[in-house]
Design a protein around this ligand. Structure first.
Ligand code: MG
Length: 382
């Protein structure tokens, strides 16, 4: 049986059996057209978020819904400043995809063709592409009545704990508040790269209060490889488990120099955007941080995780500040990640979906189909 026929048969059987989360045949009366809708949404941050390169209190998001024969899949684009996307660029891209790509497909199971054509619309727009990709995966999972961790064959017991991010702040009082807020977590992520003195002040403030293991993200902020290695040595004595992006993403030679000498694993984030970046990072970093918004979504994220594993590199999963839609989509891959930084929804004061949750800090995947999310009120009212 050809793969496409297999999926069609599986879809029909799943729908006929009315598995949990599936719609009955009476509900399958919707159109054969793939219908894409979108809503801009302003994510409000619980705290002002400061990293080595900028600071903000809100984040622009675009929520999407993809419908087919009465089934609905949800997706999301999150647009941090450094990726160069905006509400306007995302909504224009979605309008183009809705007009130029989706009308030519009546079968949503042609996922590879659909997403390749969406990707080919422009060289960038990775968050806009991720919104469509996530919604299509959610839709297919719902038609099949299965979550994606299961369709990929991953063991949901193998999920890591998520880290919870403490952003930089110049005020000791605000940092202490953030530490208090993070006291539940099993892994803290700290954003450094503000200079040696400030970086050590942040770590000392945390270590005076908590002994929780720490992941460090320097966000390209360290200026020389020697200084970076000194800092890593200092951090290694303070229960730190990894170092993310110590120096500028272009500087592979320094990354390789640091990785060779570092007592802690060194992970590429800004240096690793998409699948094609991975082979040249082998040897320069110990692992990669995969984020749906920079790699165009679940299809490519899954390929990246499998390529990294095949090359003997570590897999970390990250996110932007985003709702439970994009976080739950990324969490489907978490059984193969050694570390996960999937706290985007927790950093939001106005998450508008329910999905992946944490049990004592550990990522807990639900059995709901697709990416396992439900809006807290109708999509039209979000
Ligand atoms: Mg990072």
């Amino acid at each position: 049986m050809r793969r496409r026929d297999f999926f069609k048969t599986s879809a029909a059987l799943a729908a006929a059996a009315v598995l949990p989360g599936c719609k009955s045949s009476a509900q399958m009366s919707g159109s054969d057209d793939l219908r894409l809708e979108w809503r801009p949404y302003t994510g409000k941050l619980k705290y002002t978020f400061t990293i080595a390169t900028y600071s903000r209190t809100e984040t622009p998001l675009v929520l999407v819904r993809l419908s087919w024969r009465g089934y609905e899949g949800y997706g999301e684009a999150s647009m941090p400043q450094y990726l160069g996307e905006s509400t306007q660029s995302v909504t224009s891209f979605l309008a183009r995809a809705a007009q130029e790509v989706l009308p030519r497909f009546k079968d949503p199971f042609l996922l590879d063709d659909i997403l390749s054509e969406v990707d080919a619309l422009s060289p960038r727009d990775t968050a806009a592409k991720a919104a469509i990709d996530i919604a299509l995966h959610d839709l297919l999972g719902k038609i099949l009545g299965r979550p994606w961790w299961q369709l990929w064959g991953y063991n949901p017991a193998n999920t890591p704990c998520t880290s919870y991010t403490i952003g930089y702040d110049a005020s000791d009082e605000i940092v202490k508040e953030k530490i208090e807020e993070a006291s539940w977590t099993k892994v803290i992520k700290v954003k450094l790269g503000m200079g040696e003195q400030e970086d050590k002040r942040m770590i000392n403030l945390i270590r005076e209060r908590l002994d929780t293991v720490i992941c460090i993200d320097a966000n390209q902020g360290w200026k020389s490889k020697e200084m970076a290695l000194d800092m890593i040595g200092w951090l290694a004595e303070r229960n730190v488990c990894l170092i993310e992006q110590p120096m500028a993403k272009e500087d592979l030679d320094s990354a390789a120099w640091i990785t060779e000498r570092s007592p802690l694993p060194v992970i590429a984030d800004e240096a690793c955007q998409r699948l094609a970046d991975i082979p040249r990072l082998k040897g320069a970093y110990d692992g990669i941080n995969i984020k749906l918004m920079k790699c165009t979504g679940m299809r490519e994220a899954h390929r990246m995780a499998e390529m990294a594993r095949g090359l003997g590199m570590e897999v970390m999963l990250g996110c932007m500040t985003e709702t439970s839609v994009a976080v739950s989509a990324a969490a489907q891959l978490s059984p193969v990640a050694r570390w996960a930084d999937l706290d985007g929804n927790i950093l939001l004061a106005n998450d508008c979906f329910e999905g992946m949750f944490l049990t004592d800090g550990k990522i807990t995947l639900n059995d709901k189909p697709g990416i396992g999310v439900e809006p807290i009120k109708p999509f039209e009212e979000l």
